[in-house]
Each structure stands twice: as structure tokens, then as C-alpha cells.
Design a protein around this ligand. Structure first.
Ligand code: NAD
Ligand code: DAU
Length: 341
């Protein structure tokens, strides 16, 4: 199979490409990525030079980017992915997440190829009790979530109207190696290592379901191969935790791995102004993919956190390059402002 992966230089896309090349050594992967601030070719250094892999720097919004490329299926990871950035400026989110997805849908329609759209549990919005299933209404609350919900609606419309062979996956919060350090888990690790304050939004009791990135990648691959066209699949790991618990667990792990005093790390925890429109709890029911495709998350949470902390400790060069550049300016604007409240 010739597989087009969009956004393959980002956190989940890069992990997915490595999964595909190891699970299907006869496949050819074409990675189309614009290399926005979160796209990083160092995430793929293990597969540089592989005859089964081609990188194209391109924008999913550009209709001509794919003119001369042959493929049988598309897996779309390309997106603006960070909620806080969407609050500061939603425009790139609408452009890439909605217009870019539309462009890929047109490509899938013209080529009659399979299209797997990687979406998020955030499209359902927040829920106090119980969990959302695939038929729950979409109630997005952030501009990011609204842009992803819009793209999901477009996928649905192309299935109904043009009969394209498309599937949607909606996953919960991923963590693991190569995650850009604006997201909670890498941010906490790097700030702790640098002795910087750790910003906890609001009361720290917002709940997310955390899944190790490799489990998500396996699920996406299973849906690509065994999923039914027109269907949506929730991907979650039944591992809901309040943010403050995640932060404490990370700090305990760092203290253990580096033989440091826990108290010094706990002192870095700083409660700051809440995120605007902050969703209180995400909860999805993954029963459909578990029953129909026999998928199950396999990474134990404590083990996954420990591996992730170890990865960031051992890959200083990777994150130092990132935090010394454009990200620093963003960080100062975003967190400096929050920390001052
Ligand atoms: P990321 O920000 O790390 O990666 C996004 C990638 O898309 C980057 O490589 C970037 O360069 C690329 N990109 C951005 N705009 C592009 C464009 N116009 N054309 C081509 N490439 C472009 O994000 P991630 O966390 O890896 O998320 C990947 C996908 O998974 C997103 O669609 C996101 O909505 C979804 N998702 C993420 C999570 C999570 O917890 N991170 C959970 C569920 C779903
Ligand atoms: O649920 C899936 C989604 O998970 C994906 O669709 C998004 O692409 C991904 O970014 C993620 O969104 P969240 O907003 O849940 O992730 P984030 O890491 O930004 O924040 C996780 C929680 O931690 C959230 O409740 C906000 C809080 N937080 C975050 C940061 C960055 C803090 O308390 N402090 C912080 O500094």
C-alpha cells in the first residue's frame, strides 16, 4: 500500500509513521507536512533514508501539493492542535483544520481512495457524569474543538453526498515521546527540570483521559485496515485523572529518576488564571472499537508516564532546540500573562 500521512512530522503523526513502517514493512509512506511550529523532522530521524519513506514539505490547503503523488489511502493528522493557541488566534485553525480537510476530502473523492480523519474527543465538549459515545451530539467549546468538529461534519457530508470511503477517529489526550512542549505533560517535565514554575490552570481539577501515543497509533492503523467506511470510532483508555494528579505523578517520577527531593519540585506548582472556556471533563466510551475491532489500550499508565519522563530526560537536545526558538516567545506571551494573574 502507498499511504499518504499528512502532519507526519508532528507528535502523533511521527509516532504513527514509525508504527506503520514497523508493522507493514512492505508499505510506502508519503509524509506531507507543512512544518509549522510543531512539525519537526527530527521526530523521524530513525527512518531517514528508508526506501519506504518519502517526505514532501507541503500544505494540505494547497490543491497542487499532491498533483504528482500516487497513493491508495490518506491518514490525516495535519492540524493546528493546541487549545490555548486557538484562544489567542483562531484563524490558522479554521484554515488548516477546516479548509485543509476539505481539500483532502476533494482529493479522496477524485482519487476514490480511503480517507481516515484523525479527530478528537474535544468535539463532544465537556460532560459532568457518564461518557460520550459515537452518536453523542457535537458540542465543541474552544475554537480548536469547533474547527475539528467542523472538519468531522465535512467528512460526514462527503460520505453521505459523494459516497467517499472515509472514517473518523476521536481520541482522548495523548502523551509520550516527541510531544511538543506546550502541552501539559511535556511542559510540566521541562519546567520541573529547569526549576521553573508549573502553571496549573484554575483549581487543577479538570479531568482528561490519558492514552499512550503508541496505543492511539495502533488504533488508527486498525481502523484504517478493518474499520467500516462512514463510521466514527472513539479511542480512549478509560484512564481519567484530574490535572493536579497528573502533575504530582510526573513530579514524583522525576524526583525518583533523578534522585531529587520531591518537596523542591512540589514547590514549583503554581495555580494561575484559568483557561477561557476550560472544559471541565472529557470522557468518551471506547466500547465500539474494543468490541468491533478488538482493540484495547495496552500501556499501563504508570509505566507510560515513567517511559515518557525518561524520554524527555534522555533527549535534552531535542527539546532544547525547540524551547530556545519561536516557542519561547509564545511561552512568554501565554504563560507570562497567566502567571502574572
Ligand atoms: P502536532 O501539533 O504535534 O502536529 C501537527 C502536525 O501537522 C505538525 O507536524 C504540523 O507541521 C502539521 N501541519 C500543521 N498545519 C499543516 C498544514 N496546513 N499542512 C500540512 N501540515 C500541517 O499535533 P498532534 O498532537 O500530533 O495532533 C495530530 C492530530 O491528532 C491533530 O489532528 C489533532 O487534532 C489530533 N489529536 C491530538 C490529540 C492529542 O492529545 N495531541 C488527541 C486526539 C486527537
Ligand atoms: O482531548 C484531546 C485533546 O487533548 C487534543 O485534541 C488536543 O490536540 C490536545 O492539545 C489536548 O487538548 P487539552 O487542552 O486537553 O491538552 P493540554 O495539554 O493543553 O491541557 C491538558 C489539561 O491541562 C487541560 O485541562 C489544561 C491544563 N493545563 C494545560 C497547560 C498547557 C494546565 O493546567 N497548565 C498548562 O500549562
Amino acid at each position: 500500500m502507498r499511504l499518504l500521512v499528512t502532519g507526519g512530522a508532528g507528535f502523533i503523526g511521527a509516532n504513527y509513521i514509525k508504527h506503520v513502517l514497523s508493522a507493514h514493512p512492505d508499505y510506502h509512506v508519503i509524509n506531507l507536512d507543512k512544518l509549522s511550529y510543531s512539525g519537526n523532522l527530527e521526530n523521524l530521524k530513525e527512518i531517514y533514508g528508508s526506501p519506504n519513506y518519502t517526505f514532501i514539505r507541503g500544505d494540505i490547503c494547497d490543491r497542487t501539493a499532491l498533483d504528482s503523488v500516487e497513493f491508495d489511502a490518506i491518514v490525516n493528522f495535519a492540524a493546528e492542535s493546541h487549545v490555548d493557541r486557538s484562544i489567542l488566534d483562531a484563524s490558522p485553525f479554521l484554515q488548516t483544520n477546516i479548509m485543509g480537510t476539505h481539500n483532502l476530502l476533494e482529493t479522496a473523492r477524485q482519487r476514490d481512495c480511503i480517507f481516515l480523519h484523525v479527530s478528537t474527543d474535544e468535539v463532544y465538549g465537556s460532560i459532568e457524569k457518564g461518557s460520550f459515545n459515537e452518536s453523542s451530539p457535537l458540542m465543541p467549546n474552544s475554537p480548536y474543538a469547533a474547527s475539528k468538529a467542523s472538519s468531522d461534519m465535512l467528512v460526514r457530508a462527503y460520505v453521505e453526498t459523494h459516497k467517499i470511503k472515509a472514517m473518523i477517529t476521536r481520541c482522548s489526550n495523548n502523551y509520550g515521546p516527541y510531544q511538543f512542549p506546550e502541552k501539559l505533560i511535556p511542559l510540566v517535565i521541562l519546567n520541573a527540570l529547569a526549576g521553573k514554575s508549573i502553571p496549573v490552570y484554575g483549581d487543577g481539577m479538570n479531568v482528561r483521559d490519558w492514552i499512550y501515543v503508541e496505543d492511539h497509533c495502533r488504533a488508527v492503523d486498525l481502523v484504517l485496515h478493518n474499520g467500516t467506511a462512514g463510521e466514527v470510532y472513539n479511542i480512549g483508555s478509560r484512564n481519567e485523572r484530574p490535572n493536579i494528579e497528573i502533575i504530582r505523578l510526573l513530579l514524583l517520577n522525576i524526583a525518583e529518576q533523578l534522585n531529587m527531593k520531591e518537596d523542591a519540585l512540589f514547590k514549583l506548582i503554581t495555580y494561575v488564571k484559568d483557561r477561557e472556556g476550560h472544559d471541565r471533563r472529557y470522557s468518551i466510551d471506547p466500547a465500539k472499537i474494543e468490541k468491533q475491532l478488538e482493540w484495547k489500550h495496552i500501556t499501563d499508565f504508570n509505566e507510560g508516564i515513567s517511559k515518557t519522563v525518561d524520554w524527555y530526560i534522555s533527549n535534552k537536545q531535542w527539546w532544547e532546540r525547540i524551547i530556545s526558538g519561536e516557542y519561547t516567545q509564545y511561552y512568554d506571551a501565554q504563560y507570562g500573562e497567566r502567571l502574572n494573574k
